[in-house]
Design a protein around this ligand. Structure first.
Ligand code: BTN
Length: 315
């Protein structure tokens, strides 16, 4: 989105009605140029209505306030860029395809994804009014052994932010966030580049926020903040909080690794003290989380450590 369109959107967000004439004056562009931008904002999905005498009105204000995120990014030491897409296949895909030209760290956000990807080759269902974003980091910033724990770290950060909003969320190892036993957030971390060489990491976060309903097939397993808490959340604030917390804690993560966050992770990890099924077949009892975030379980009397994979909880 260009600067002038962001200006128009901000005006529309802050005011009830905005006259096209004033916008043209303030931006020093023609009325035609204003109209063109309004049209393209409408095409992006912003609900802007035009009234003959009063001007333009943004009727649905649950939007991402790009200007606030850009302001945060401009002051951040870690984050260098924010890219907003009204619609994309997948933010992780976008990063993968464009990583050569992206700065570390860039945040790519999409309002809608038509081919969102989940872990283990699954797809990620696109719900309206959610948060779908990818954080792109070059591996000079962080070393390769910490990448698996990095995804646990990101889950912990999202959980911490939700807890700040008094949401009673929990972490299901490795990095699903559950609310009332249903998934409200998933994280897909991907690596590219050569092993033991320069590489990039893409951390994709999908958080279900203000959608009032879900497709039938997800009703048993997934949920949204709105459905569980019964109110709308300010998605822009949530995004900034996640990025802020991520940045603030990344130094500790780089210095001390996952072990620095282990106690907090354990206190919210819903697997502990429960029986689980590993990769759809073996039963085990979860007793601890290791220093690097591995799941420590007991299976047929023997202790086993799970580094990656899919675990299902037997409630
Ligand atoms: C999971 O399976 O739990 C991980 C889901 C990750 C979804 C997010 S949405 C933003 C980013 N782009 C994608 O295509 N996937 C991730």
């Amino acid at each position: 989105m260009d600067k002038k369109s962001i200006y128009i959107l901000k005006k529309l967000y802050e005011e009830d009605f905005v006259s096209g004439e004033n916008l043209a004056k303030e931006l020093e562009i023609s009325r035609m140029a204003v109209n063109k931008r309004i049209k393209s904002l409408q095409e992006m999905g912003f609900a802007i209505v035009s009234y003959k005498k009063k001007g333009y009105q943004l009727v649905d204000k649950d939007i991402i306030r790009v200007w606030e995120i850009e302001d945060f990014i401009s002051k951040s030491e870690l984050f260098k860029d924010f890219l907003y897409f009204p619609q994309i296949d997948s933010t992780n895909n976008y990063v993968k395809e464009n990583q050569e030209n992206l700065k570390s760290a860039t945040v790519v956000y999409a309002e809608r994804q038509n081919a969102g990807r989940g872990r283990l080759g699954r797809s990620w269902t696109d719900l309206e009014k959610g948060v779908k974003m990818s954080i792109f980091l070059r591996l000079e910033v962080i070393d390769i052994e910490k990448v698996v724990p990095l995804t646990l770290f990101t889950g912990l950060i999202v959980n911490r932010v939700l807890r700040k909003y008094k949401v009673q969320s929990f972490i299901k190892w490795s990095n699903d966030i559950l609310l009332n036993g249903k998934k409200v957030c998933g994280i897909l971390t991907e690596l590219s580049g050569e092993i033991e060489g320069a590489g990039n990491v893409i951390i994709g976060i999908g958080l279900n926020v203000n959608a009032a309903s879900l497709p039938d097939e997800l009703l048993e397993i997934a949920t949204t903040l709105k459905k569980e808490i019964g109110m709308d959340f300010d998605r822009t604030k949530i995004i900034i909080e996640i990025l802020k917390e991520f940045e603030n804690e990344l130094e500790n993560f780089k210095k001390y690794g996952f072990s620095h966050f282990r106690d907090e992770y354990k206190s919210y990890c819903i697997n502990l003290g429960r029986e689980i099924i590993i990769n759809g077949e073996k039963k085990a009892f979860c007793k601890d989380i290791g220093q690097n975030g591995e799941l420590i379980c007991v299976q047929e009397g023997r202790e086993i450590k799970i580094q990656t994979g899919e675990v299902t909880i037997r409630w």
